[in-house]
Design a protein around this ligand. Structure first.
Ligand SMILES: Cc1cc2nc3c(=O)[nH]c(=O)nc-3n(C[C@H](O)[C@H](O)[C@H](O)COP(=O)(O)OP(=O)(O)OC[C@H]3O[C@@H](n4cnc5c(N)ncnc54)[C@H](O)[C@@H]3O)c2cc1C
Length: 476
């Protein structure tokens, strides 16, 4: 399609999270007429208002508090921190306002028509938008992209009406620093928010019904995190479920079930339920279109992100796992390119996942867990951070970098990292996997010294048995 043909296209994007606004901005850049619809004052969605961004602002503060404590080991004693919760909240809100205001400006300069409101389908190409004041506007388009995201999942048996019960949104509001907090669910959101509260002084207990934290992640990546969290948290209860929660005058009484439960009931000041997220696919009027919704509530799409309705595309959390902001943005760009007639498909080899705890855990491409399940032959090359000069200078040898390599082709299929700053380091792994790099490409690329990035290079050297900082006696 030419630029002038694009200019005649009139498209709507429903939902202005990182999927929706990335799609809207690219569509505008390609010359389309774009309307972006969302209930908030500015674009941003869950990610900017109540997800990635506020949680990372608070985790930054948590890291500082942790480091100040660790400084004792380096001969520096800070007095106990005085926490001004109102100012901490306003720092976090300032970050959110700056970024959402910024994307609002970017929408304006691109001439994206931003409509504050909730959209419902009249038919495949017509939306009715209900504005904050209650008035309705009917708008017609050539194509519509659904980017309505997701919301916290709830456990019906634990649903009680109490201000002490929190989901991730309420936890990020940081109303108080409770004395004790029960986190139900040992996934990344629970561990990140649990870490924030623990750093602020709360006694945090995490309950996970499976046998390990971060189900799905390779166990060797989770182990260093588990060890550190065991020191930071009051308790980590695995293979345990919460069967009921009752409100009492002094807190919430939780009942635990599981083979290792010692204390069946405990009272907590607050409870955070973080047991996953549900796609927002119950969009009013969707039944008037040909869009199909699958069993788990995800809207079904093909590799161009087109739904069963030729006029409607869908992207982001509402179409499936992994429910991550960068996956949503990439899908948004693919959908728009597909609408513009480009030959594109969403078929990444590596979608990075990052858990922003301390240490951070990050991986991309193939995991060992997946390779085992699929019976794939791989060679795993691990470089322990105890042998990294940089890791020792920052007193964080508790990390590990590993490459999953195809033993025949020597191609890097996956990368896993646990350690301080793993979330930044994984980007090199994404590039290696996407560019079909061989372990030798990584090993022969000169990495700056002293940096943690050298651990990626040295893991590649480990694959060939020639890592500079690891001595392996010759066999025979
Ligand atoms: C606490 C927390 C921390 C997280 N941290 C990270 C992280 O570090 N990294 C990461 O990659 N991901 C993280 N996530 C996940 C990330 O926020 C989501 O994957 C991402 O926001 C999904 O983007 P999206 O565009 O699909 O939708 P969303 O960001 O969910 O946005 C959807 C928007 O659509 C709007 N909407 C819904 N229905 C309608 C309608 N009918 N009409 C108009 N608008 C509608 C919603 O109000 C919302 O604003 C985190 C999530 C949480 C909760």
């Amino acid at each position: 399609m030419t630029e002038s043909e694009n200019q005649s296209l009139n498209i709507a994007v429903v939902g202005a999270g990182p999927g929706g606004y990335a799609a809207a901005f690219l569509a505008a850049d390609l010359g389309m007429k774009v309307t972006l619809i969302d209930p908030e004052l500015n674009p941003g969605g869950v990610c900017l208002y109540r997800g990635c961004i506020p949680s990372k602002a608070l985790l930054h503060v948590a890291k500082l508090l942790e480091e100040a404590q660790q400084a004792k080991n380096w001969g520096i004693d800070f007095p106990a921190p005085a926490i001004d919760l109102a100012r901490l909240r306003s720092f976090k809100e300032g970050v959110v306002n700056k970024l959402t205001g910024g994307v609002g400006q970017l929408a304006k300069v691109r001439k994206v028509h931003y409509v504050q409101g909730k959209a419902a389908f009249e038919n495949s190409t017509t939306l009715v938008v209900t504005k904050p004041g209650g008035e309705n506007e009917t708008l017609a388009f050539d194509k519509i992209i659904i980017a309505t995201g997701s919301r916290p999942a709830i456990i019906p048996t634990l649903k009680i009406d109490s201000p002490r019960m929190m989901d991730s949104t309420a936890a990020l509001n940081l109303e108080e620093i409770p004395g004790s907090l029960l986190v139900v669910g040992g996934g990344y959101i629970g561990l990140e928010l649990g870490s924030v509260y623990a750093a602020l002084g709360t006694r945090v207990t995490v309950v996970e019904m499976l046998s390990g934290l971060l189900p799905g992640a390779d166990r060797d990546l989770v182990l260093p995190l588990h060890k550190r969290l065991e020191k930071m948290f009051e308790a980590i209860l695995l293979n345990t479920t919460v069967s009921s929660i009752r409100e009492e005058s002094n807190g919430l009484r939780a009942t635990f079930e599981g083979p290792n439960v010692k204390e069946r009931e405990q009272v907590f000041d607050r409870v955070l339920v973080s047991v996953g997220r549900k796609p927002n696919s119950e969009i009013p009027g969707l039944e008037k279109t040909q869009v199909q919704v699958g069993a788990r509530g995800f809207i079904q799409v093909n590799k161009q992100l087109q739904t069963n309705d030729p006029a409607i595309y869908a992207i982001g959390d509402v179409v499936g796992e992994p429910m991550l902001a960068h996956k949503a943005s990439h899908e948004g760009r693919v959908a728009v390119e597909a609408i513009a007639g480009h030959k594109v498909a969403f078929e990444p080899h590596a979608i990075p996942a990052v858990v922003f705890t301390d240490p951070e855990v990050a991986w991309c491409g193939l995991t060992e867990t997946q390779a085992e399940k699929e019976n794939r032959e791989i060679k795993v090359a691990k470089f322990p951070w105890g042998a990294s000069g940089r890791a020792v200078t920052i007193d964080r040898p508790d990390g590990m970098t590993k490459l999953l390599v195809d033993p025949k082709t020597e191609r890097v299929l996956g990368v896993g990292i646990v350690g301080a700053g793993a979330g930044e380091l994984i980007a090199e792994g994404v590039l290696a996997v996407e560019m079909a790099a061989l372990a030798s490409d990584v090993a022969m690329s000169i990495h700056p010294h002293p940096t943690l990035s050298e651990t990626v290079m040295e893991a590649a050297e480990v694959f060939y048995g020639t890592s500079t900082h690891i001595y392996r006696p010759k066999r025979g």
